[in-house]
Design a protein around this ligand. Sequence first.
Ligand SMILES: CC(C)(COP(=O)(O)OP(=O)(O)OC[C@H]1O[C@@H](n2cnc3c(N)ncnc32)[C@H](O)[C@@H]1OP(=O)(O)O)[C@@H](O)C(=O)NCCC(=O)NCCS
Length: 157
Amino acid sequence: MNMASEVEIRTATIDDLAAIFHLGEKVFTPKGFSNLYRTWDEYEVTHLFNSETEYVLVAEVDGQVVGFAMGTIIEKARSAWSYGHLLWLGVDPDVARMSIGSLLFDRFREVMETQGIRMLLVDTQADNAPAITFFQRKGFENPTDHVYMTLYLGKDG
Ligand SMILES: CC(C)(COP(=O)(O)OP(=O)(O)OC[C@H]1O[C@@H](n2cnc3c(N)ncnc32)[C@H](O)[C@@H]1OP(=O)(O)O)[C@@H](O)C(=O)NCCC(=O)NCCS
């Protein structure tokens, strides 16, 4: 079956928010490929839906949300460019490797291009090999290391 032909990519509506949230819980597990400085929770979903409505996309198959892409635009001071940051891309593992992530990304890219964006950013953990391969296939280059450090503020001794 060619799943891609049955997938609808569209802008999310408020009725999709619960499905996006629960799919994200499945995909961005704590030990899995979440992000240290961004947490997947209901506030992330509702906040992005409120503030970045046109940059929240879903993939639907047979009336079910099976994937989503959520992003934002970053304006940097003293930079002529605006950056499109793809914050969250998730596809239900039940329909992995059926080009749904690819279709979501392509639409996200189109939406950003219509906003005049010339550079896209993604970030993920260094051990998220599937996502890194996926983004390289989509043309991303120049992976740059980013170091997180932690300082424990508990009682000493
Ligand atoms: C990354 C992710 C969105 C890919 O979605 P998908 O719908 O399975 O991806 P596609 O079917 O469009 O894959 C396109 C290409 O990406 C690469 N790819 C995708 N998943 C891969 C995997 N598990 N291992 C290696 N390469 C992979 C392949 O080159 C693939 O092409 P191919 O199937 O012809 O070989 C999905 O695996 C996911 O939700 N991962 C968990 C969340 C995450 O890490 N998100 C990204 C950071 S926010």
